[in-house]
Design a binder for this molecule. Structure first.
Ligand SMILES: NC(=O)c1ccc[n+]([C@@H]2O[C@H](COP(=O)([O-])OP(=O)(O)OC[C@H]3O[C@@H](n4cnc5c(N)ncnc54)[C@H](OP(=O)(O)O)[C@@H]3O)[C@@H](O)[C@H]2O)c1
Length: 230
């Protein structure tokens, strides 16, 4: 567990796994400040009102121009973000040949390009501070070894997010840890009511990655606190 005070940004944290990560982190280390990224500030503020160390912030990943604007506002208030959890994600069921261009672009924008943009903007300060952790919320459906068996655009975006994790781990200095994780099949709006895991169970590996001490590994893919193959 880190002994320093950290500022941790979680995207898509107003519900589902992101909310469980944000609230789990706030409870596990009360010195950390958790920035709860959300499109609906009212929902975010309701969650934050029960915690001294959660601050809800407007963060919409739908377009690069909107994201730039949100980031400018966030960085004015919190110039040093030490930990980033790229959790927000969307899923469409459409097949490769039937998906509209607009939906395909939307999936890549939220699941991949916004995650990359956030890393690109936040990593330089992490490097300057010689400390940083980045968790990319991926999926077993983005796992080559498992055959990329999910819906086309979703699997493609998560496989690309994994590629981003691995390639960036080679470029970032050792002081910055970047990893991908799969939360398992989780009962959320995305996962549906049949899913066996609670959001809190789905959040556990992210919290473990963020709170674990050195020596730790970068450029890996995890589920249930265990490394899995790409
Ligand atoms: N559930 C599962 O079984 C499962 C399995 C593997 C991986 N995952 C991954 O886990 C992550 C969280 O999934 P979940 O199950 O918690 O999904 P969820 O309940 O559908 O929540 C998705 C979150 O992402 C946010 N989001 C969507 N579009 C956004 C945008 N344009 N800008 C900002 N935020 C946006 C949503 O905000 P709004 O409320 O504003 O829409 C919401 O907070 C995703 O990356 C997902 O791919 C989930």
């Amino acid at each position: 567990m880190s002994s320093k005070t950290r500022t941790i940004l979680v995207t898509g944290a107003n519900r589902g796994i992101g909310k469980a990560i944000a609230t789990g982190l706030a409870t596990s280390n009360q010195k950390d400040l958790i920035l709860l990224g959300c499109r609906d500030l009212k929902m975010g503020n309701e969650i934050a009102s029960s915690f001294k160390n959660i601050q809800a912030l407007h963060l919409d990943l739908s377009s690069m121009s909107g994201l730039d604007k949100c980031l400018q506002e966030i960085l004015t208030l919190y110039p040093q973000i030490d930990v980033l959890v790229n959790n927000a994600g969307i899923l469409y069921e459409d097949s490769a040949l039937s998906i509209s261009d607009a939906r395909f672009d939307e999936v890549l924008q939220i699941n991949l390009l916004a995650a990359y943009k956030l890393i690109k903007v936040l990593a330089p300060n992490m490097i300057k501070n010689s400390y940083g952790k980045i968790v990319n919320m991926s999926s077993g459906w983005g796992q080559f070894e498992d055959g990329l068996t999910g819906p086309f655009s979703y699997s493609l975006s998560k496989a690309a997010l994994n590629a981003l994790t691995l390639t960036l781990s080679k470029e970032l200095p050792a002081s910055i840890e970047i990893n991908s994780m799969c939360p398992g099949w989780v009962h959320t709006r995305m996962g549906g009511s049949e899913a066996p895991r609670t959001p809190e169970e789905g959040a556990k590996t992210a919290i473990w990655l963020i709170n674990r001490d050195k020596p730790s590994h970068s450029g890996r893919f995890y589920r249930d606190e265990q490394e899995i193959s790409w």
